[in-house]
Design a protein around this ligand. Structure first.
Ligand code: PLP
Length: 363
């Protein structure tokens, strides 16, 4: 932390003094394509049902500490039992609890950058040792041989699939090989799984591997980023440990009510998810047609793109067009890269037009 006062620097744990806070670099803009939210918004009928459910909540009583009604709905959805589900205040909290339970000074995490930087932050917060198996610098595919070599001495492995910000997925057979090679816990972060092709999610391996942990969230496809609800699917003894380190009332009554409604109405999101998948391909083609712009294939609701002067392009998109995208150009391995959330057709058209104009001008 740059600018930490002497007084506080002397007081905090050394792990913490070296941390940089997670900064999504948010500026209010007309078109926000920076945080991989579902920009189509909550279907109206679902929103009405949420509103009605919230009216019925009692705020003077503590919420159900384990969110059991919501757990039951998630369990039925995924064909598992309540004992296989832990609900959290967003996927981020569950990731933190995962490190709290399984990380720490004598533990090792196998991480595959470039990926979601939250893993790096949490592992350092808890003093976890990091072993990195970097992705291919051109394609961002995983280096599976290196991972299988490192897995036997890892206590935790995290693979993001689809990977944020590169869009790659891991094959189910490779998840199986990792679970077999690693005596520790293998987490597959499937925050964007709803946008990927059929057969990508490795949920069906849960019955076979008791060291497999899968993370899902209501934040992306299901329009609840503002409410904060995520969940983990895992073996009952893993869920017990996550339950033990968890803050007791982490999912409040509003969040539980909203997520229960969304779980009941999840199929009402199917059409939009399909449209986002189609728009992703249209946006990718539109951007790739611009001279100097490289686009990677993606199974998420976002695209990683590389272009000259990416930082300047990002600033001009924000300042001249009021379009916000995420700048990764300073991240190792992502030089010249921006991450763009797939928006509505109008948003995508405006973005393509703006990038085509700006890239031509800065080239
Ligand atoms: C967005 C995201 C999450 C979780 O987000 P929450 O809003 O905290 O549920 C987890 N992993 C990845 C890779 C993400 O991009």
């Amino acid at each position: 932390m740059a600018g930490l006062s002497e007084r506080v620097r002397a007081l905090v744990r050394s792990d913490v003094a070296s941390l940089e806070p997670y900064d999504p670099n948010f500026t209010p803009c007309k078109i926000n394509l920076s945080a991989n939210e579902n920009t189509y918004g909550m279907p109206e009928a679902v929103r009405s049902a949420i509103d009605a459910a919230i009216v019925r909540t009692q705020t003077n009583r503590y919420p159900d500490p384990m969110s059991n009604d919501l757990r039951d709905k998630i369990a039925a959805w995924h064909g598992v039992r309540r004992e296989n589900v832990c609900v959290g205040n967003g996927g981020d909290e569950l990731l933190f609890n995962f490190f709290l339970a399984f990380g720490g000074p004598e533990k090792t995490l196998l991480d595959c950058p470039p990926t979601f930087t939250v893993y790096d932050i949490y592992s350092r917060m808890l003093g976890t040792r990091l072993v990195r198996c970097p992705r291919d610098p051109q394609t961002f595919e995983l280096d599976l041989p290196a991972m299988l070599e490192a897995a036997p001495t890892a206590d935790m492995v995290i693979v993001t699939s689809p990977n944020n910000p590169t869009g790659n997925v891991i094959a189910r057979a490779d998840v199986a090989r990792l679970c077999e090679a690693c005596p520790g816990i293998v987490m597959i972060d499937e925050a964007y799984t709803e946008f990927s092709d059929e057969g990508v999610s490795c949920e069906e391996l849960l019955g076979t591997y008791d060291n497999l942990v899968i993370l899902h969230t209501f934040s992306k496809a299901y329009c609840l980023a503002g409410v904060r609800v995520g969940y983990v699917l895992a073996a009952p003894d893993v869920i017990d440990v996550l339950g033990a380190v968890r803050q007791p009332y982490t999912a409040d009554v509003f969040a539980q009510a909203a997520a229960e409604v969304v779980a009941d109405h999840r199929h009402e999101f199917d059409a939009t998810i399909q449209q986002i998948r189609q728009e992703r391909e249209r946006l990718a083609a539109g951007l790739a047609a611009i001279d100097g712009v490289q686009v990677w294939p993606s199974q998420g609701n976002f695209l990683l793109v590389r272009m000259p002067e990416a930082g300047v392009v990002r600033a001009r998109l924000r300042d001249e067009r009021s379009i916000l995208v995420r700048d990764f150009s300073a991240a190792p391995g992502l030089e010249g890269c921006l991450r763009i959330t797939v928006g509505t057709p109008t948003e995508n058209d405006e973005l393509i037009d703006a990038i085509a104009t700006i890239v031509k001008e800065v080239a």
